[in-house]
Each structure stands twice: as structure tokens, then as C-alpha cells.
Design a protein around this ligand. Structure first.
Ligand code: HPA
Length: 279
């Protein structure tokens, strides 16, 4: 079997062959947040199935294509949908698109997701900058032999979520008159939502948000030296907070509701990130 690096290289070439754009920023759009990709201009839309070694997304609310296009003047590569560990994919498979971004020359990513709100100051529909994460998925995309072409054996995770990008996002949110919280994201395997007891536990250990994605992408990005901005949409308050059951429908509906402000924020942040010369 070919190694991940060669596979990522092959996938990258295949994607770049379909467009003359050379994106410098990669985005991953979470559940219910995929609409941003529809607004890109000069867009090439590539179903995951047509990208070598890419896994197909099975989650509802995930379109499953990579869109290369322009957001204003900024060329971007957008994953409209992602794959998750709970779908049966390995941690490496989940992280693979991030590695393809890296091989495409992308040095900065914006990762978005739908999350349950644990912090009682949040409300359904709130947008939260991820400041840090707690990986409770029980595995890591870097487990196994290290490929030095991607990065070092033991990557630092102290500054995983760029302070500079968070400052940019806060500034742009303020200009738009939007409230942007900041918090710690706990990544769990899923696919069942958490129990109320698990949510109490997550609050005690310092989590403000809970979800089933993003952590592996961040780990793979940092391994490659790619800078990260991550934003959660609180699609529902986490289990046990409100006296009502959780549903994927609620998650999707909230995504739809925050769409306009969420997309405005992405649009405002992108040109400023594009100006940045990542270290
Ligand atoms: N828990 C886990 N993942 C989620 C949730 C949740 O409450 N909402 C959206 N994704």
C-alpha cells in the first residue's frame, strides 16, 4: 500500500489539475454550515469520490465535495462536508483531507463544526472560537510510524489554535456587531450524543463545547505547520441542560439559522488571513 504522503500528493495533484486557482487557505464546513461553498465564484466542484484516496462522507448534512473557488478575491479550497471517526473511518482517514490541503500548498485552515454548548453562557446559535481542545476520541491520526515529510514525531500543541487568527476573528466579529465567544472543544467519538452525566464531567474538566470532529484535523494541520482558526456553531445546548432530547434535525436547523452571520464572518476573516505570512 502507498504511504499517506504519496497518497496526499496524488490527491493534491488531482485536485489542482481541475482548477487554475492556487488556494492558500483551506476551509472545512461542518454540519449545516456547507452553504458558504455555494457562494464561491470561479468554482470547481469535485465530489470526494473523484479525488484519489478520499473517503466518502456518509453523514447527513455533509455534501461531500471539495470546492475550489474564490471568496471575494481570496482563492480557497473548501471541504463541503467531512468524514468522522464514528462513520467507521480511521483517524488517518479523517485527517487525510487536511494533509491534502497541506500538499496543495495551503498554510492556513478554517475549521468549522456544529457543537453542543456545555458552557451555560452560550445559547443555541452562538458562535464560538475554539481556543483549545480536549481529544477524547481515544486515538490520534499521528499514531503509528511517523512520516518526517509531514512533520516531527511529537508535535507541539501549545499554540494549536492561532492566537493571531483568533484576534482577527474577534476584531471582524466586533465590526459586524456579532458576539463571538471563545472556548474549549471536547472531541468525542459519537455517534450517540452524550449523556447528561458525561456533559457534567466534560464541564468539570474544562470543556465549553462538545462535538465529534475537528481535533484530528487540527492535529494533522499542526503536524504540518499549518495554522488553524476553528469556529463552532452551538447548534444545541448539550444533553441535560435543557429538558429536551437532542436531535440531528435541531443541529441542521440551527446551522441554517446562523448561516448568514456565519458566512459574513468567514468572508471578513479570509482576506486578513490571506495577508498573513504564516511562520
Ligand atoms: N454533542 C456532540 N456533537 C454535537 C452536538 C452535541 O450536543 N451538537 C452538534 N454536534
Amino acid at each position: 500500500m502507498e504511504d499517506q504522503f504519496t497518497l496526499a500528493e496524488t490527491a493534491s495533484h488531482s485536485v489542482l489539475q481541475r482548477t487554475s486557482l492556487r488556494p492558500r487557505i483551506g476551509l472545512v464546513l461542518g454540519s449545516g454550515l456547507g452553504g458558504f461553498a455555494d457562494s464561491l465564484t470561479d468554482a470547481a466542484r469535485i465530489p470526494f469520490a473523484e479525488i484519489p484516496a478520499f473517503s466518502r462522507s456518509t453523514a447527513i448534512g455533509h455534501a461531500g465535495q471539495m470546492v475550489i473557488g474564490k471568496a471575494g478575491a481570496v482563492p480557497v479550497a473548501v471541504m463541503q462536508g467531512r468524514v468522522h471517526l464514528y462513520e467507521g473511518y480511521s483517524a488517518q482517514q479523517v485527517a487525510f483531507p487536511t494533509r491534502v490541503f497541506g500538499r496543495m500548498g495551503i498554510r492556513a485552515v478554517i475549521l468549522t463544526n456544529a457543537a453542543g454548548g456545555i458552557n451555560l453562557n452560550y445559547q443555541r446559535g452562538a458562535l464560538v472560537l475554539i481556543r483549545d481542545h480536549i481529544n477524547l476520541q481515544g486515538t490520534n491520526p499521528l499514531a503509528g510510524a511517523n512520516d518526517d515529510r509531514f512533520g516531527v514525531r511529537f508535535p507541539d500543541m501549545t499554540h494549536a489554535y492561532s492566537k493571531q487568527y483568533r484576534a482577527i476573528a474577534r476584531e471582524e466579529a466586533a465590526k459586524l456587531g456579532m458576539t463571538l465567544h471563545e472556548g474549549v472543544y471536547a472531541a468525542l467519538l459519537g455517534p450517540s450524543y452524550e449523556t447528561p452525566a458525561e456533559i457534567s464531567y466534560l464541564r468539570i474538566i474544562g470543556a465549553d463545547l462538545v462535538g465529534m470532529s475537528t481535533a484530528f484535523e487540527v492535529i494533522a494541520a499542526r503536524h504540518m505547520g499549518i495554522k488553524v482558526l476553528a469556529i463552532s456553531c452551538v447548534t444545541n445546548m448539550a444533553a441535560g441542560i435543557l429538558d429536551q432530547p437532542l436531535s440531528h434535525q435541531e443541529v441542521m436547523e440551527t446551522g441554517e439559522r446562523v448561516k448568514t452571520s456565519f458566512e459574513a464572518l468567514l468572508r471578513a476573516v479570509l482576506p486578513r488571513m490571506a495577508q498573513d505570512n504564516p511562520e
